[in-house]
Ligand binder design. Structure first.
Ligand code: GLP
Length: 240
C-alpha cells in the first residue's frame, strides 16, 4: 500500500488517456523499453489512445519490445478470442512496432512446459520488463493467476476457474468453448517488472479492489501481492 500511487478517473476515456500518458512517458524516457501487455476489455481504450499518439507522431514503437501476460491454451492464433488476435487488432497492426519484438505465450505448442521456460528466458534475455500493464479479474486474478496460485510461480500453465470462464464467456458463443487452460506469467514474473500499471474499471470490481488494496496479502487474492511492489500506479474509476 505504502508505494501505491492512485489516479482517479471518471470514465473509460479518461482511464485510456491517463494510462497512455504513462506509457508515453516511459517510451520517451527509454525508447527501447520492454512493455508488459494485458488483454481484456479494460486496456482497450489505452490501446486506442496509443494508436492516436502514434498517428500524431507523439510516439514511436520501433524500438519497443512487448511481452503479453497470458494466452489461452488451444486457440489458433487467428481465432478472434485468442490474445494473439486481440493484440494484433487492438494495437500491433496499427503502430510501427516490429512484430518480431512482440511476444505472447504460445498456447498451441506440443510442449507447453518448455514454452513456459522459453518465455521466462526471453524476458530475462531482454533485461526484464520495464512497465507491466495489468488488469484485474473479478476474483482478484492478474494475468491468469487464479486465487490459490503460489506467489512464487513464474510462467506456468493454469486451469481456469469456473468463475473466470464464466466471466470470459461474453467473448465466446457458449461456455463449453471457453478454453479450460491458459499459459500465464507467474506472480514472481509480474513482481519483477520495474513498474506496474494496474487498470481497474467498473463498480462491479469495487469489492475485489478493496481487498487488493487494503486486505491481507494472500494467495487467495493474487493481486494483493502488488501491495509489496515498490512502483505500482493504479488508475481506476472506482471510488474507494
Ligand atoms: C482476463 C485476462 C486478464 C484480465 C481480466 C480482466 O481474464 N487474462 O489479464 O485482466 O480478464 O478482464 P476485463 O478487463 O475484461 O475485466
Amino acid at each position: 500500500m505504502i508505494f501505491l500511487k492512485i489516479i482517479k478517473v471518471r470514465s473509460e476515456q479518461e482511464l485510456g488517456e491517463q494510462a497512455a500518458t504513462l506509457v508515453l512517458n516511459q517510451v520517451k524516457q527509454k525508447p527501447s523499453s520492454t512493455l508488459g501487455m494485458a488483454t481484456g476489455s479494460t486496456p482497450k481504450m489505452l490501446y486506442t489512445k496509443l494508436i492516436e499518439c502514434f498517428q500524431k507522431k507523439d510516439i514511436s514503437f520501433s524500438n519497443i519490445t512487448t511481452f503479453n501476460l497470458d494466452e489461452y491454451i488451444g486457440l489458433e492464433r487467428d481465432h478472434p478470442n485468442s490474445y494473439h488476435y486481440y493484440m494484433d487488432h487492438q494495437l500491433f497492426n496499427h503502430i510501427d512496432i516490429d512484430k518480431k519484438n512482440t511476444y505472447i505465450p504460445d498456447g498451441l505448442t506440443a510442449d507447453l512446459e518448455q514454452e513456459c521456460q522459453r518465455y521466462e528466458l526471453l524476458i530475462k534475455k531482454r533485461g526484464g520488463i520495464d512497465l507491466q500493464i495489468v488488469g484485474l479479474g473479478l476474483n482478484g486474478h492478474i494475468g491468469f493467476n487464479e486465487p490459490g496460485t503460489a506467489f512464487s510461480k513464474r510462467t506456468h500453465i493454469i486451469e481456469l476457474t469456473p468463475s473466470t470462464r464464466a466471466a470470459n464467456k461474453r467473448f465466446f458463443n457458449h461456455i463449453d468453448i471457453v478454453p479450460k487452460h491458459a499459459i500465464t506469467m507467474g506472480i514472481s514474473t509480474i513482481m519483477e517488472a520495474k513498474k506496474v500499471l494496474l487498470l481497474v474499471l467498473g463498480r462491479q470490481k469495487a469489492p475485489i479492489l478493496q481487498k487488493v488494496l487494503y486486505g491481507d496479502v494472500t494467495e487467495q487474492v493474487p493481486a494483493s501481492i502488488l501491495q509489496r511492489h515498490p512502483q505500482v500506479t493504479l488508475i481506476t474509476d472506482i471510488h474507494l
